[in-house]
Design a protein around this ligand. Structure first.
Ligand SMILES: Cc1cc2nc3c(=O)[nH]c(=O)nc-3n(C[C@H](O)[C@H](O)[C@H](O)COP(=O)(O)OP(=O)(O)OC[C@H]3O[C@@H](n4cnc5c(N)ncnc54)[C@H](O)[C@@H]3O)c2cc1C
Length: 413
């Protein structure tokens, strides 16, 4: 059991959970190292609130080391490559060897639309993006706001729809709902195709009630910044005054030549154990590619959504598998595809979507009626996540678990 080195590449949602869980399960002589390029963690789910001025920027970030248990070594460097044959990670300044590797490096946003603020092209998928969009949304008094999903897959399948609802409310609250129009364009055939037609219809209806025009099956061809026009593959065009893009997601560079990716460039894993094709290498969260039953469009296989809730539960599963193996025990943990999401709808209301994403022949996902309770659940989750390790964090955890029990929702944190 001595001399084992566990390395976690990426200290976001999945990496933080895995590091803390492994530290809890394993004795001190097992080394746990977390490699993360950013020393400040920002909670992405809260970018939506930041964008509509419902959160201060400093309330949705925390120094990474306050979220990670004592006894985990954090290396604040960018990993440059993974050598699976020598079991080595090359960072900017050092080589780090591993016996077990968990890749939790997330998804990267393609930069094309990320630096076009002076052309009125914004985003809320980064901390800075959401902050700058907030300033813009606080100024706009007339014109067309267009939300555009550039490409599939993107993280958090509910986020663009939540954003549209929150923006519509924010504009209405500022008194400009007559002069500002909000629309959302997506290549998807419905909102959240992974969740089935019933949930998609519910979301479409909420959007309609807020006067958000929804255009499905619209795949982007190009954005003409010169005359602020979007052109779609089906020939449709849309003018904008403010364009909010959900940018194309790509795998992080470090996966590049590792030999771990498939033809999509994401990392395929066994859907229950999260094992990759390399010995003692696991991948969790957004960096993975997991095919699930169903098609999101004819000929397009459904993939497990890239979402924090899955990164989190996969981290718990992998930690249990690795810790059990090191301790010579049998792990009964599998990742079974269960997940949930609180879908913010504005006015402090949220829906709650939950279900079995591995369900056959299609994922079985249901949505509970909009209510304040689900919104409060999301707020509480945010508070728990960002609290430093200690008493307050444990208190929020207990409240979340108890609340889940009362509502019949098994919450594993
Ligand atoms: C606006 C928005 C709202 C969202 N809302 C929700 C929600 O309500 N519910 C939900 O479940 N999910 C939500 N998500 C999605 C969720 O944030 C992600 O799915 C989740 O963070 C994925 O976790 P991860 O660990 O795979 O990756 P991440 O959390 O992205 O972490 C990856 C980490 O790896 C680091 N990294 C990458 N490459 C390297 C390298 N080479 N060297 C060192 N470090 C590296 C990155 O800096 C990053 O910190 C939302 C996302 C956004 C953008």
């Amino acid at each position: 059991m001595t001399g084992k080195n566990i390395v976690i590449l990426g200290g976001g949602i999945g990496g933080i959970v895995a590091a803390n869980e492994l530290r809890k399960k394993l004795p001190k002589n097992i080394k746990i190292t977390l490699i993360e390029k950013n020393s400040t963690h920002s909670f992405a789910a809260s970018y939506l609130w930041l964008m509509v001025d419902q959160r201060k920027a400093d309330k949705i970030t925390a120094p990474l080391n306050t979220l990670v248990s004592e006894g985990v070594d954090i290396i604040y460097e960018e990993a440059k490559s993974i050598d699976i044959s020598s079991k080595l990670i090359q960072t900017e300044n050092q080589k780090i060897d591993y016996d077990y590797l968990i890749i939790a490096a997330g998804a990267k946003l393609e930069s094309k639309f990320l630096n076009m603020l002076d052309q009125d092209i914004h985003n809320f998928f980064t901390f800075e993006g959401a902050r700058k969009l907030r300033d813009k949304l606080n100024q706009i008094e007339s014109g067309e706001i267009v939300l555009l999903i550039e490409a599939m897959p993107y993280k958090c399948p509910g986020a663009p729809y939540e954003a549209a609802m929150l923006i519509a409310d924010h504009i209405a609250k500022r008194g400009f709902n007559e002069s500002v129009k909000v629309s959302l364009y997506t290549p998807e055939p419905q909102p959240l195709p992974v969740a089935g037609p019933e949930l998609g219809n519910s979301v479409s209806q909420i959007l309609e009630s807020k006067n958000v025009r929804l255009y499905t099956d619209h795949q982007l061809t190009e954005v003409s910044e010169r005359d602020k026009r979007i052109i779609f593959q089906n020939g449709a065009e849309q003018k904008y005054d403010l364009l909010i893009v959900v940018p194309k997601h790509v795998p992080p560079e470090v996966i590049g030549n590792s030999g771990l990716a498939d033809e999509s460039n994401w990392v395929p894993v066994d859907k229950n154990s999260l094992r990759t094709n390399a010995e003692n290498v696991y991948a969790i969260g957004d960096v993975t590619s997991i095919t699930i039953p169903g098609k999101w469009k004819p000929g397009k296989p459904m993939k497990l959504p890239k979402a924090g809730v899955f990164a989190h539960s996969q981290a718990l599963t992998v930690s249990d598998i690795i810790a059990s193996e090191i301790l010579g025990k049998e792990s009964k943990e599998i990742f079974c595809g269960d997940g949930f999401c609180m879908l913010e709808a504005g006015e402090d209301l949220a829906g709650f979507a939950y279900g079995d994403f591995f369900g056959e022949p299609n994922p079985k996902v249901k949505m509970k009626k909009l209510g304040k309770l689900w919104h409060l659940g999301k707020v509480l989750f945010e508070k728990w996540w960002l609290a430093p390790i200690g008493f307050t964090k444990s208190f929020y955890r207990m409240v979340l678990i108890l609340g889940g029990k009362l509502l019949g929702i098994p919450i594993k944190l």
